[in-house]
Design a protein around this ligand. Structure first.
Ligand code: PLP
Length: 338
């Protein structure tokens, strides 16, 4: 099976299993798990924040951030195709009593003018805006690596209005790798950032939410509220620590994505955008086939991919896929479509 659905399908390697096996652990709700503490310290450093919190999932990290940054009833500004809008079950409404004001942002990052226009000042009739949420890489728009300048400009427009900024950086290190900048340059203008250990970095479980010490202290209580306080979590944090050493390998995934895209571009009926990171969006509408049909035919040939709407299929490269797998997948995709 060649699984191109997501980088979340990566399985822990031997080094990660060994790390889990030998991890020094304690009760992390009491703050006594040395492995979790080490992960939080190293993760905070990696994103240039004062402190960090280990969380079970990226979704929980984003939800905690929204809850901590805002007051109930406020608005959140976010791109209409962002993960927090599309794929978190409306969690901002459920967990923090927020309403989202969606922006249609070029490349998924709102311009300063869009932030200004979307901002609502609190008065007798209006709830007030409480947060700007950004995303990098931008998943649904095709794994776009958002330039630090664009993040900084949006963040400045928000800060001018006393709005905090949260970055959904599930694939932050893919963005940093693609742009060849330190992750800290991308995160410098924002107040909090979430990144996933469980995607391209290859850990089995877990994400990190980072920010100021005060923010993380409040986030720790909210994590408990959301049921995310874990006990001997060092068992899963240890592979997460190993995962932080896999950042350099993301460049290989990006190379494989470019190889996949170049091959797809040669398949009749397929239009493909140049990938910026490890996500390839292929439009199959000119083949005359529905995406569901293509995905079913691929499955029959032991290739897995995710349909994204009626015309687009998402392919995602990751560390459990070799260059040869990409070539084999391409042969089967061509056979399925032509
Ligand atoms: C995967 C993803 C998340 C959520 O992470 P989970 O660990 O799956 O909950 C959030 N934002 C983006 C952009 C993602 O791609």
């Amino acid at each position: 099976m060649i699984d191109l659905r997501s980088d979340t399908v990566t399985k822990p390697d031997e080094a990660m299993r060994e790390a889990a096996h030998t991890a020094d652990v304690g009760d992390d709700v009491y703050g006594e798990d040395p492995t979790v503490t080490e992960l939080e310290t190293r993760a905070a450093e990696a994103v240039g924040m004062e402190a960090a919190l280990y969380v079970p999932s990226g979704t929980m990290g984003n939800q905690i951030a929204a809850r901590v940054h805002t007051d109930r009833g406020q608005e959140v500004l976010a791109d209409r195709k962002s993960h927090v809008v599309k794929y978190e079950l409306g969690g901002f409404a459920q967990h923090a009593d927020l309403q989202v004001r969606m922006l249609d942002a070029d490349r998924g990052v709102p311009s300063p003018d869009q932030v200004a226009a979307g901002y609502v000042a609190e008065d007798l009739h209006r709830p007030g805006t409480g947060l700007l949420c950004l995303e990098n890489t931008h998943n649904a728009r095709g794994g776009l690596a958002i330039d630090p300048d664009a993040i900084a400009a949006a963040a400045e427009a928000a800060h001018d209005r006393d709005l905090p900024v949260h970055l959904d950086g599930a694939r932050l290190f893919n963005a940093a790798t693609a742009l060849d900048v330190p992750a800290t340059e991308i995160t410098a203008p924002v107040d909090s950032v979430m990144f996933c250990l469980s995607k391209g970095l290859g850990a089995p479980i877990g994400s990190v939410l980072a920010g100021s010490s005060e923010f993380v202290e409040r986030a720790r209580r909210t994590r408990k509220l959301f049921g995310g306080g874990m006990r001997q979590a060092g068992i899963v944090a240890a592979p997460g620590l190993r995962a932080l050493e896999n950042v350099d390998d993301l460049a290989i995934d990006h190379e494989n994505a470019r190889r996949l895209a170049a091959g797809l571009a040669d398949v009749p009926g397929v239009t493909v955008r140049d990938p910026e990171t490890n996500i390839v969006l292929a439009d199959v509408s000119e083949s005359g086939l529905e995406t569901e049909t293509v995905v079913d035919r691929l499955r029959e040939r032991d290739v897995l991919a995710n349909p994204m709407g009626p015309s687009t299929i998402r392919f995602c490269t990751h560390r459990d896929l070799s260059r040869e797998d990409v070539d084999r997948a391409l042969e089967r995709i061509e056979a399925a479509i032509v």
